[in-house]
Write a protein that binds this ligand. Structure first.
Ligand SMILES: [Zn+2]
Length: 177
């Protein structure tokens, strides 16, 4: 019988494919962060790293803003899935207690540019969160990483997502206070 790539349990009917084999349901729940991430293209090494990074109790999503940030209100923890698309760097999913949130703000860069003889304002948007620790940790969630027209629909949509993240984080900080 086939075995789970991660815990070597015999695989039953329900199994999940990753790049190097199959994973049992128990492991899948952990490495997919409660079914929020796919594992199809992940290697055994990457999945084991996710398992190590896993909080002691399973993370349960009470609130979230898309797949940008997840909150567990019971355990008062948040998860940054750290999808590469939004981090500009290669980070594993990370977990932080609500009580460690020091600061959180939307940072917009604005640049004026002449495009087709018309003055346009281009911008980028990121949410910067600072967590307490031995050394404070700063994480960026890039919503608009490359300059685009700040009157465009995409920009406005991401601007309001950024506001949602701030609102949800504030709610978490109040809950921890
Ligand atoms: Zn397993």
């Amino acid at each position: 019988m086939k075995e789970c790539l991660l815990c070597s349990a015999p695989l039953k009917l329900v199994k999940f494919k990753c790049a190097e084999g199959h994973v049992c349901k128990v492991c899948y729940e952990k490495v997919s962060l409660n079914f929020t991430q796919t594992i199809k293209t992940n290697t055994k090494e990457e999945l084991l790293a996710r398992l190590e990074n896993e909080p002691t109790d399973a993370f349960e999503i009470s609130r979230k803003v898309n797949q940008l940030i997840l909150f567990d209100d019971n355990q008062q923890q948040l998860c940054l899935p750290n999808h590469k698309k939004y981090t500009k760097e290669n980070l594993k999913p990370e977990f932080y207690p609500f009580s460690s949130i020091l600061d959180c703000q939307v940072v917009e860069e604005q640049v004026e540019k002449i495009v087709k003889k018309k003055k346009q304002t281009l911008g980028t948007i990121k949410v910067v969160i600072t967590f307490a620790g031995k050394q404070p940790v700063t994480r960026d969630i890039w919503l608009i990483p490359n300059l685009i027209d700040n009157t465009s629909m995409a920009y406005k949509t991401m601007r309001s997502l950024a506001e949602s993240i701030i609102k949800e984080i504030d709610q978490s900080r109040n809950a921890a206070a």
